[in-house]
Write a protein that binds this ligand. Structure first.
Ligand SMILES: C[S@@+](CC[C@H](N)C(=O)[O-])C[C@H]1O[C@@H](n2cnc3c(N)ncnc32)[C@H](O)[C@@H]1O
Length: 220
């Protein structure tokens, strides 16, 4: 079965049971046993993060960064290499076990954690928060809550970089995951108290010309 088809099947099964988060660990487990592939696992830092950094390097000395849904860890490792004191968290226990094996000497603090119930000390606790593709992997009804939860992790004066698939207002959603966001849905980050610093809406330069948003927010 193609990778996306298996992901959608697993997600649909869990969502129909009222468990919209259970499929992530189930997928990582299947991947571990060679029964499925993880479509977002490129095993390298996201090139859209690298391009952002080339144009917009941030001060990292003494700064804390948090990676939401850190998966196999390439983006968290990159933030640590740039100098952040970095935490990566993921709801999948299997992903966290795997990332610790993959980077045994890592300086990143990898923890199992749920965005919808983070430790209280994380509230407004990070100078840089990175969110790539997690919000779009939640059913649309859960996305506003996810956006609110992510915004609450950003410290005063801190920044949040979001990379997500985009779709036009009114464009019908097809079967997900992913469930791409509209510009208006992205503006929930501002309703959660953040200020938009930049917003890019672009199509990838190569087929299948996926539309993506890359947005930077700051907590005033
Ligand atoms: C679509 S993947 C993206 C992974 C990674 N950010 C990337 O770009 O490759 C979403 C990740 O978020 C994790 N995740 C899903 N729900 C979560 C939650 N409530 N709290 C923390 N992590 C979650 C999943 O296990 C998965 O690793």
């Amino acid at each position: 079965m193609p990778d996306r088809a298996r992901v959608r099947q697993l997600a649909a099964e869990h969502i129909s049971r009222g468990d919209p988060l259970g499929w992530f660990d189930a997928l990582y487990q299947e991947a571990k046993h060679g029964d499925a592939a993880i479509p977002w696992a490129d095993m390298e830092p996201n090139p859209r993060l690298i391009a952002f950094w080339d144009a917009h390097p941030l001060e990292t000395s003494g700064k804390r960064a948090l990676v939401v849904g850190s998966g196999f860890g390439d983006d968290a490792e990159q933030l640590a290499a740039w100098g952040f004191q970095t935490t990566g968290f993921d709801i999948s226990k299997t992903a966290i076990e795997d990332v610790k094996k993959r980077f045994p000497k890592t300086r990143v603090d990898y923890v199992v954690g749920d965005l919808f119930g983070p430790p209280s000390q994380w509230r407004r606790g990070f100078d840089f928060v990175l969110e790539i593709y997690t919000v779009q992997s939640f059913p649309p009804g859960l996305q506003p809550k996810a956006i609110e939860a992510i915004a609450q992790l950003v410290a005063p004066g801190g920044e949040l970089l979001v990379i997500a698939r985009g779709r036009e207002e009114g464009e019908p959603l097809t079967e997900g995951p992913p469930w791409p966001l509209t510009r208006k849905e992205m503006s929930s980050f501002q309703r959660a108290g953040l200020k938009e610093e930049s917003f890019e809406d672009y199509a990838e330069p190569e087929p299948p010309w996926v539309r993506r948003f890359r947005a930077l927010y700051v907590r005033p």
